[in-house]
Design a protein around this ligand. Sequence first.
Ligand SMILES: C[S@@+](CC[C@H](N)C(=O)[O-])C[C@H]1O[C@@H](n2cnc3c(N)ncnc32)[C@H](O)[C@@H]1O
Length: 266
Amino acid sequence: MSALPGMMRCVDRFAVGAVTWIQRLGDLRNAVRQELIGRQLDAHVPAGASVVDVGCGQGTQAIRLARRGCSVIGVDPSIDLLHRCESEARSAGLNVDLRLGRLEDLDAVLGNRRFEVVCAHGLLMYLDDPAFALATLTERLEPGGILSVTFRNGAALAFRPGMRGQWQAAIAAFDASTYVNELGVDARADRLDDITAVLAARGLVTDAWYGVRVFTDPAAADEPLGDVQDFEQLIRAEQLAGSRDPYRQLASQIHLIARKRANPNG
Ligand SMILES: C[S@@+](CC[C@H](N)C(=O)[O-])C[C@H]1O[C@@H](n2cnc3c(N)ncnc32)[C@H](O)[C@@H]1O
């Protein structure tokens, strides 16, 4: 794993919730999220593609892509999460090139490299300036390359508290663009139209968008995966909901796949 001297200093909002994140990695909600994002990616990422996963964390998707023969670089500011990723990749006999750094440091971390696939999952909600983040990620794409980005669905913030019977929180969420997430961290939510408009201005077109977690989103944050009788059926139901209206509009996260035009004037 390469370290980056003088990593750019900026507020790391996620760090407040990092311990809880690690504790819950194997729980139901994260397992569903990871499996859905992974299957959605499978449909768009060619085997063997060059990939950078920014904010790769524990590396669930980076490792999954490496297993599919992709050559993957993972970038993250958390040394603990990078160590987890490194150890899991090693036990699986896979190679993921891990680099300590932030989205804001990509020039120093990656030099002038460009990729066929740029991933940023579970990252945008912790950043103050999504337009800057999307521009930075887009710059790393080769012409014709795809961006896979997830963000908290700002159009459905009332759904989770509403389904949990938390009426005061549900009412407040209708007009909110921020929320306190399940890790206790202040986070941002974004709307699909706003994200696609920012990307369109950078020459990206939407290939597909999916909802991530509709039916299981209201489950308790620490609900164990072990209580689920048939995970495959659950995932199938979530996949169907995540790929069609009106269900996907209620998902807690949106997974957007956008493609950089091969010809910027085309
Ligand atoms: C919710 S976790 C998501 C991890 C992984 N991508 C996933 O989807 O499971 C958020 C990750 O973003 C990382 N992160 C936070 N701020 C970042 C930044 N400015 N640049 C890059 N990564 C950042 C955190 O260290 C953490 O690993």
